[in-house]
Design a protein around this ligand. Structure first.
Ligand code: GLN
Length: 486
């Protein structure tokens, strides 16, 4: 078996049984990045020396005979909006091209403490605004299934690296779909945890009432393992919940018998590509054959979700990004006076999509428009949250598409509104703060199609249980040709 085909658990077993050292495993991945990454360009920064040093520490721990956690010596990679002390953390923006944070994100800290080996930092849409990684200020990432196509976004680098086998798992962030949509486009598993489940300390903020960090993996069990490792309370993030995270591992194989699963009728509209609809309906039938009860439900306010999100997210982004003024950190463009310096730095530092969002958000928050736009969007958000709550009074899970279509060609969508429309199935989940998992479930035109399972707040264990049952039933076994490159 190829090392890059091994799950995290399998790699852990190889390390513990001393069939492989952490140093060898790290070298394997560093070489693979050199060979395969030029075709995907998932990485913005590779950190070979840091990775080798951490692999040596892991080997020492393995040799000491002490109790070893499941992540010791296993490589990973981080979306480039997660701070790693001393390493470039660019957010794929000219604004932060030279930024090296003095501290490490809580999620990265947890993984490093668990013995993880960070291989590098992954490409994304600038400041996580986008759905294709084409808005990276540096270069686009290519989909491992077809390099002419986008990997999705904004965590496109994270999904492409896992699909191409240049990282055993990766960490991404999801504000309106940025873990689930690229996971679907690249045929990997991605979880957007419940709002508050994972600390965002050290995540460069986009829209703080929506942002969540989560894992992208090849298998469901790996995903549950990483979620368990990164979840939990952190006093440095005031939105992080104090309760201990649920156990997502022991009930993984409990199956779906008797679970009530809802299919929202509003999601099956003409905008949904027939090939994607077929995969979702086939998955519903498969759940039935595994013993679940599937029925239709209604989420009546879904039509307003996109409009609400594209007011709330830009509003929050406009205030979060106000800190990039050339004074404290980030790009400073030389200019004659202070105001000119602010203007020049922000003009040179931000790309067109980020500027569009800052302007939209500033407008929506401005006096006279606040009530008409921002406040109404917040009220709509409450209605959407209540829609889900109603469904969850008599259903355990919701099954839905992740995206209306498969991955598009690089450069194919130039209208920003058309790109926003693609977020229709993922955004409502962020607005309601619910957990959602994207699971590869089939192919359409030779490209992966994902399905989404949505649960009640903090029901990650149930999402994993259902996703695992589907995966174990042989739902999806295809791999991109690039993953076969040795
Ligand atoms: N595509 C959405 C947007 O552009 C979601 C991005 C995200 O989840 N970070 O805002």
């Amino acid at each position: 078996m190829r090392i890059s085909d091994c799950s995290i658990r399998e790699l852990g077993r190889l390390l513990r049984e001393r069939e492989l050292s952490a140093a060898e495993l790290t070298e394997h991945y560093l070489e693979r990045i050199e060979r395969v990454d030029p075709a995907t360009r998932a990485y913005i920064t590779v950190l070979p020396e840091e990775a080798r040093a951490r692999a040596r520490t892991a080997d020492a721990a393995l040799a000491s005979g002490e109790e070893i956690g499941p992540l010791t010596g296993i490589p990973t990679a981080l979306k480039d909006n997660l701070c790693l002390a001393g390493a470039p953390t660019t957010c794929a923006s000219a604004m932060l091209a030279d930024f090296r944070p003095p501290y490490t994100a809580a999620v990265a800290e947890k993984l490093l403490r668990a013995g993880a080996v960070v291989l590098g930092k992954l490409n994304m849409d600038e400041f996580a605004m986008g759905s294709s990684t084409e808005y990276s200020a540096f270069f686009p990432t290519h989909n491992p299934w077809d390099p002419a196509r986008v990997p999705g976004g904004s965590s496109g680098g994270s999904a492409a690296a896992v699909a191409a086998g240049t990282a055993p798992y990766a960490i991404g962030s999801d504000t309106g779909g940025s873990i689930r949509q690229p996971a679907a486009f690249c045929g990997v598993v991605g979880l957007k945890p419940t709002y508050g489940a994972v600390s965002r300390y050290g995540l460069i903020a986009f829209a703080s009432s929506l942002d969540q960090i989560g894992p992208l993996t090849r298998t469901v069990a790996d995903n549950a393992l990483i979620f368990t490792a990164i979840a939990g309370h952190d006093p440095r993030d005031s939105t992080s919940v104090p309760d201990a995270p649920a156990d997502c591992l022991s009930g993984l194989a409990d199956g779906v018998r008797g679970l009530k699963i809802a299919l929202p009728q509003e999601f099956f509209t003409p905008g949904l590509a027939p090939g994607v609809e077929k995969v979702v309906r086939d998955t519903a039938r498969r759940l039935e054959s595994l013993g679940a009860e599937v029925s239709l439900c209604s989420l009546p306010h879904m039509d307003y979700a996109l409009a609400a999100y594209y007011l709330i997210a830009p509003a929050e982004c406009s205030s979060n990004l106000a800190r990039y003024d050339g004074v404290r950190y980030g790009l400073r463009a030389p200019a004659a006076g202070m105001i000119e310096m602010f203007q020049a730095s922000r003009s040179a530092g931000f790309g067109p999509e980020v500027k569009r969002r800052v302007m939209l958000g500033t407008y929506a928050l401005s006096s006279g428009y606040y009530d008409a736009y921002y406040l109404r969007a917040q009220k709509t958000r409450t209605l959407i949250r209540e829609d889900y709550a109603r469904v969850f009074t008599d259903h355990d899970l919701i099954l839905s598409p992740v995206t209306p279509d498969v991955a598009w060609r690089i450069g194919e969508i130039s209208d920003p509104l058309a790109m926003y429309m693609g977020d229709i199935y993922t955004i409502p989940v962020n607005l309601a703060g619910l957990p959602g998992i994207s699971l590869p479930a089939g192919l359409a035109d030779g490209l992966p199609v994902g399905v989404q399972l949505i649960g009640r707040h903090f029901a990650e264990a149930l999402l994993y249980r259902a996703a695992y049952a589907l995966e174990q039933s042989g739902l999806f076994t295809a791999r991109p040709a690039l993953a076969e490159v040795d």
